[in-house]
Write a protein that binds this ligand. Structure first.
Ligand code: SAM
Length: 228
């Protein structure tokens, strides 16, 4: 894809910036802060609060990017004792060499930094055990070409914004993703786009507008409250 440069966000954590598209991989207000708030706190931890005794959780992520959400999901899974299987898809993988130039030393423990490296150096297209209770499958594909063969408890929707990739914010995308959500499952994204909200509601999900992370007024979470 485009040339990328490391950008230090407001909380001190790094992300990538693509000048050609004027697009960032995370919020400029704080990469770790945004990922933790949107995907972990409002997504995975919320699912956990709805299913406190579930023995396992399956996560699907659209847009692996730098792997930060994967690492934070691993961290949360270990601390909350959730046995997790995560599938993350990425159309334009960043090389491990490039991603590992990001300096997360102020945010991650040595053990977490080691996991981050393992995530990036692990094989694609195979379910790999990153840690005993955290299995990861990285798939190099476009969402449009991905065939779902499973349903999920949690979906992280982390595409670039509609200004850059309008095709990833069409109603059909959300109809398709809503189909993959298990009863009691949680879909979460940093965006509060009205058309997405209506598409998810049309699919029978209970949609909530939540306060967004710093720098963002609102975000969306949607839950499949019953089986169809
Ligand atoms: C906002 S970034 C994701 C950030 C990421 N979750 C992280 O923690 O670093 C969006 C990602 O979606 C990827 N992408 C763009 N178009 C895609 C498509 N059609 N299918 C799958 N991934 C796509 C981009 O290459 C980029 O890595």
């Amino acid at each position: 894809m485009q040339e990328k440069e490391i950008y230090t966000t407001a909380d001190g954590s790094p992300t990538f910036y693509m000048q050609a598209l004027d697009e960032y991989y995370h919020s400029r207000h704080g990469a770790v802060q945004e990922s933790n708030y949107v995907f972990i706190e409002k997504g995975l931890a919320h699912w956990r609060s709805l299913h406190p005794t579930a023995p396992s959780c399956s996560i699907f992520e659209m847009g692996m990017g730098t792997g930060l959400n994967v690492l934070l999901a691993l961290k949360a899974s270990l601390s909350q004792k959730i046995s997790t299987k995560m599938t993350t898809i990425e159309a334009f993988p960043l090389s491990a060499d490039l991603v590992l130039k990001e300096d997360f030393s102020a945010f991650l423990s040595p053990e977490e930094l080691h996991f981050f490296k393992t995530i990036h150096e692990s094989e694609w297209e195979e379910m790999i055990s990153i840690q005993e209770d955290f299995q990861l499958k990285k798939v190099n594909t476009k969402l449009e070409d991905f065939s779902f063969d499973s349903s999920y408890d949690v979906i992280f929707y982390d595409a670039f914004g509609a200004r850059t990739q309008p095709e990833l914010w069409e109603d059909e995308v959300f109809y398709r993703l809503a189909e993959q959500l298990r009863p009691g499952g949680v879909f979460v994204t940093y965006s509060a786009k009205g058309s997405m909200r209506r598409a998810l509601e049309k699919m029978g999900l209970a949609v909530e507008r939540l306060a967004g992370p710093p720098g963002k007024r609102e975000m969306i979470r949607a839950i499949r409250t019953s089986s169809r």
